[in-house]
Design a protein around this ligand. Structure first.
Ligand SMILES: Cc1cc2nc3c(=O)[nH]c(=O)nc-3n(C[C@H](O)[C@H](O)[C@H](O)COP(=O)(O)OP(=O)(O)OC[C@H]3O[C@@H](n4cnc5c(N)ncnc54)[C@H](O)[C@@H]3O)c2cc1C
Length: 552
């Protein structure tokens, strides 16, 4: 935490030096002593300090200065640092000005020059003021701050990205916090764009894309080498497991991740069926452990970087990334999992991130404390989402299309027993409404056909996922749902040979229709759609890749 500042302003260099010396002798240990000799420059500097989230404990300002008086300076300065204590240094002739400013700038004290000996005339006054300041002030957050509104989808995306990377931040809602609004205005032109991300070094980014944000917070977005043994696409449980095992076996391994590590599992508040964690483990925690483990084995992880195309050139497998760059390897593992199905109904698109959320219960739950929210879906992810939201919301209504929940037994029991959760079975969501944010929805009872309008603050959607196989479409064989076919599931011709396969050996268990391109986890046809099965597939695939590398 940066030290709070004692700020002294005087145009006379000898007085300024002398004040600085006295302040430093007594307070230098706990405070940064900042002497400045001109009012306008000082005001400009204060604005920068505010952007860096520094804090001022006390202003000690000379009244008589040519450019602006001490009172005029304080008048402006306290708009920027309203909690700082204010002390005016005055000559006898300025006593009246000092008295007048007790009201206008809520002056805490005026000191007559000379203030020597400081032990008698300066320190007792300042000690008392600083003590009072320490009791009443909340020291500012010493990390990244995101200023935005709850109703800006870009703010939601940035918050989610940092959360998934487990990078701490402070959320400043400009609709509720006037200081935050001023801070945003201080770095914006007339057209405010949100969110604004403020960094502890005083820099900021306005409405950043994820790649710029990732680079700014020190995440790797570019590969260090042009060539690897293995490139893993996706860092959900399958990709991370493969990476850990590949790294531990000494394969040079690059993982490319479109968003942040963790995949779907990363959005799970509590995974209760993963071996070895009897009281459950959050997706965040599991991801953090896996990423640490992979990095320990020398695996490189790129984030905010999507793979858009996989290409084949002789025995090389080439991955093209969103920014146009390419990286090659002997083998590629597609572990890009699946992503949330979005609502296909009027009103849904424009409310995404501003009241309608996909799998984001974890990031947004706290914003809906004591509010009524909806969850759509009846499987495990919806059940977990509803239980997590119910920790904060006053009521969670769960809209389930079918006559019963499709979640695991332990989740069904927990939902039924929860006093804040309302289960609405046989209920079909038809339309969502809201101008700037979600306001209400219309649903229909599928048995009685009765339609109902339900008001609430947010809608959390868990209506299934779809495989993310776009980067290999047209290259490897897929099933009708765009899941990747592997090993025994690959289509065969009438002679029993895998269609289009040129090698003498059969494809390995998790190998696609193209040698050296493998698939594991939820993107694969026949996957288990569980964290443990994705991890298992990732681990098995790594063994098969090792076999494949021996054939090259
Ligand atoms: C909310 C929720 C709760 C769940 N809870 C449980 C539970 O309690 N227990 C359980 O066993 N299972 C649970 N599941 C299911 C489980 O999380 C998944 O089966 C598992 O995460 C699948 O792992 P995966 O690695 O195959 O894919 P994913 O987890 O989907 O990971 C794929 C990764 O690939 C990335 N990616 C996608 N496209 C690209 C691209 N083009 N370039 C680069 N990267 C890309 C994605 O961003 C993602 O990070 C839950 C799922 C959800 C949604």
């Amino acid at each position: 935490m940066a030290k709070p500042v004692i700020f002294s302003l005087d145009d006379d260099p000898s007085v300024l030096n002398s004040v600085e010396r006295d302040l430093r002798a007594r307070y230098g240990q706990d405070y940064r002593i900042l002497p400045i000799n001109a009012g306008q420059a000082a005001l400009a500097y204060l604005k920068k300090m505010k952007q860096r989230n520094e804090t001022i404990a006390l202003f000690l300002v000379d009244q008589r200065m040519p450019e602006m008086s001490g009172t005029e300076f304080l008048d402006e300065a306290i708009k920027i640092f309203p909690q700082a204590k204010r002390v005016l240094l005055t000559a006898y002739a300025d006593t009246q000005a000092a008295i007048d400013s007790i009201n206008s700038v809520r002056l805490d004290y005026y000191l007559m020059k000379p203030w020597h000996p400081p032990e008698e005339r300066l320190y007792p006054v300042l000690d008392e003021l600083l003590e009072d300041w320490q009791i009443h002030v909340r020291l500012p957050f010493d990390g990244i701050r995101i200023a935005g509104t709850l109703w800006s989808s870009e703010s939601h995306t940035v918050k989610e990205f940092l959360t998934r990377h487990q990078i701490p931040y402070q959320w400043l809602d400009i609709d509720k916090d006037e200081n935050a609004l001023r801070l945003v205005e201080s770095v914006s032109d007339n057209n405010i764009k949100l969110p604004v991300v403020f960094f502890p070094n005083g820099n900021h980014l306005i409405q950043p894309d994820l790649k710029s944000l990732a680079e700014k917070v020190g995440l790797q977005t570019k590969a260090e080498l042009p060539f690897y043994d293995l490139i893993v696409l996706g860092s959900g449980p399958a990709g991370l497991a493969a990476a850990v095992y590949a790294g531990s076996e000494g394969l040079s391994t690059l993982v490319i991740e479109k968003r942040a590590p963790g995949g779907q599992a990363g959005s799970s508040p509590k995974i209760e069926n993963y071996l070895g964690f009897p009281s459950g483990i959050s997706g965040d925690d599991l991801t953090r452990r896996a990423v640490t483990q992979a990095k320990r084995f020398g695996v490189e992880l790129l984030t905010a970087q999507a793979a858009v195309k996989v290409k084949v050139q002789d025995s090389y497998r080439i991955v093209e990334m969103e920014d146009g760059s390419e990286v090659s390897a002997h083998a590629v593992l597609v572990a890009t999992g699946a992503f949330f199905q979005t609502l296909k109904m009027p009103g849904a698109d424009k409310l995404t991130g501003v009241g309608v959320y996909y799998g984001a219960a974890y990031t947004e739950a706290m914003n809906f404390r004591d509010k009524h929210v909806f969850v759509v879906g009846g499987a495990n992810s919806a059940a977990q989402g509803a239980l997590y939201l119910a920790r904060f919301a006053s009521k969670v209504s769960m809209l389930v299309r079918g006559p019963e929940l499709k979640s695991s037994h332990y989740l069904v029991e927990a939902l039924k027993a929860h006093p804040k959760i309302e289960l609405m079975l046989n209920t079909d969501l038809i339309e969502v409404f809201g101008e700037e944010t979600f306001e209400h929805l219309v649903a229909q009872n599928t048995v009685s056909n009765e339609k109902m309008t339900l008001k609430g603050e947010a809608l959390f959607v868990f209506i299934g996922v779809k495989p993310q196989s776009q980067m290999v479409q047209g290259l490897v064989a897929l099933d009708g749902k765009n899941q990747i076919l592997t090993g025994p599931d690959l289509p065969r011709d009438e002679k029993g040979r895998v269609k289009g396969w040129t090698l003498e050996r059969d494809p390995y268990l998790m190998e696609t229709s193209v040698p050296g391109i493998f698939a594991a986890g939820d993107v694969r046809h026949g996957a288990g759609h569980r964290v443990a099965s994705a991890v298992g597939e990732g681990a098995i695939t790594q063994m098969l890749i090792k076999e494949y590398l021996k054939t090259l």
